[in-house]
Design a protein around this ligand. Structure first.
Ligand SMILES: Nc1ncnc2c1ncn2[C@@H]1O[C@H](COP(=O)(O)OP(=O)(O)OP(=O)(O)O)[C@@H](O)[C@H]1O
Ligand SMILES: [Mg+2]
Length: 362
């Protein structure tokens, strides 16, 4: 069964179409992330589901029940926000116990449940502290504990990790995934951090200017983006504009500023004369010194100039300038097996047609 289902849901603010009519569903137990740049409509979508914002059109169902006009408190959802919103004068224990006291649970039951969730978020010894005596990551875990303590079937998270440093953020991502797997709670998470979306989600809803650009698993989104926007938002994309010359054979032939290039079909319905983009990921490009005597394995090879190389831990990124003022990013393994090249050196690039895919032009 679908935990959440949206039918033609949209939201306008005056002239601003914050969200274009959207169909979308989340299955029970799924971890789905809304990903997109600032202003793309992520919080609007989350708030529509939470009931903080009313839709301009459409219907929202939770477990098959139409809750479009239900108040937030009647929806039975948990919400975790970016700012922890803990009550400063209460201890950690009382903060977490709060939603249970509101629900008038017996005292023993409250103590048992709070102790259990404090264990789950790995803060068993901090029950007596006040929020200001905790680190940001610990406060974040308390907010999460306060949310899971009353067993909501669905939790909405709006950039809850945005304020944390990278290391803590990765640790919390892991904690949330662990809780998700253990408790089977359906989670809908908002972020503009692509790494977070890729590492945590069963599926990603990629949003752009109030529209859904693509809904796919992290792997699909990286390997088979449908648009140039999706290709560039997830990872790094080399995009080469061109016009389809032949589309009937094993490979599609596209005429580009780099000459005729062979590519595989990324999108359907590519016909002769269509304006397309070719996508080549940096790790699929091979770079050799121009003087290398190595036999060409792929044709064509592209002569260029190495502009700079940046070491990113285990990998090295090279920026190569090709004729026609085109820049191609190349990623290679670093360490002692990686080849060193001088800045300004002439180099040769090539890639396999299988690693060059046709996507739509935006
Ligand atoms: N209450 C409001 N009144 C008018 N316009 C609004 C309101 N809330 C949001 N918007 C507009 O709707 C669009 C989507 O906003 P939303 O907050 O959903 O974006 P977002 O994807 O969450 O962005 P961010 O990553 O910056 O949080 C934006 O253009 C925003 O200015
Ligand atoms: Mg937002």
């Amino acid at each position: 069964m679908n935990m959440i289902e949206l039918k033609q849901v949209s939201r306008r603010y005056g002239d601003v179409q914050a969200l274009a009519p959207l169909d979308f569903s989340v299955k029970q137990g799924e971890f789905v992330t809304l990903l997109g740049p600032s202003g793309s409509g992520k919080t609007t979508l989350l708030n529509l589901i939470a009931g903080m914002v009313k839709p301009s059109s459409g219907q929202i169902f939770v477990r098959g029940v139409d809750i479009t006009n239900a108040p937030p408190s009647a929806r039975g959802l948990g919400m975790v926000f970016q700012n922890y919103a803990l009550m400063p004068h209460m201890t950690v224990f009382d903060n977490i116990a709060f939603p249970l006291r509101v629900r008038k649970l017996p005292k023993d039951e409250i103590r048992r449940r709070v102790t259990e969730v404090l264990d789950m978020v790995r803060l068993p010894d901090l029950a007596a502290r006040k929020p200001k005596e905790l680190s940001g990551g610990q406060q974040q875990r308390v907010s999460l504990a306060r949310c899971i303590v009353y067993n909501p079937a669905l939790i909405l998270l709006d950039e809850p990790l945005g304020a944390l440093d990278k290391k803590l953020r990765e640790q919390m991502q892991f904690e949330i995934r662990r809780l998700h797997a253990r408790l089977g709670i359906t989670m809908l998470n908002v972020t503009h951090d692509q790494d977070e979306a890729l590492s945590m989600s069963d599926r990603i809803v990629l949003m752009n200017e109030g529209r859904v650009e693509q809904i796919a698993t992290p792997d699909e989104l990286y390997r088979a983006p449908r648009t140039a926007f999706a290709a560039s938002f997830i990872g790094t994309a080399n995009l080469i504009a061109g016009t389809v010359q032949e589309s009937g054979g094993e490979h599609i032939v596209v005429s580009t500023a780099l000459g005729m290039l062979r590519a595989t079909r990324g999108v359907n319905g590519v016909s002769r004369g269509a304006a397309v983009n070719l996508l080549v990921r940096p790790e699929s490009v091979r770079m050799l010194p121009a003087t290398s005597g190595e036999e060409a394995q792929q044709e064509p090879r592209h002569a260029g100039t190495l502009e700079d190389s940046i070491t990113l831990g285990s990998v090295v990124r090279h920026h190569v300038r090709l004729p026609g003022d085109m820049q191609i990013v190349v990623q290679q393994q670093g360490g002692r097996h990686g080849a060193a090249h001088a800045r300004g050196a002439p180099v040769m690039l090539d890639w396999a047609p299988e690693d060059c895919q046709v996507i739509a032009q935006d």
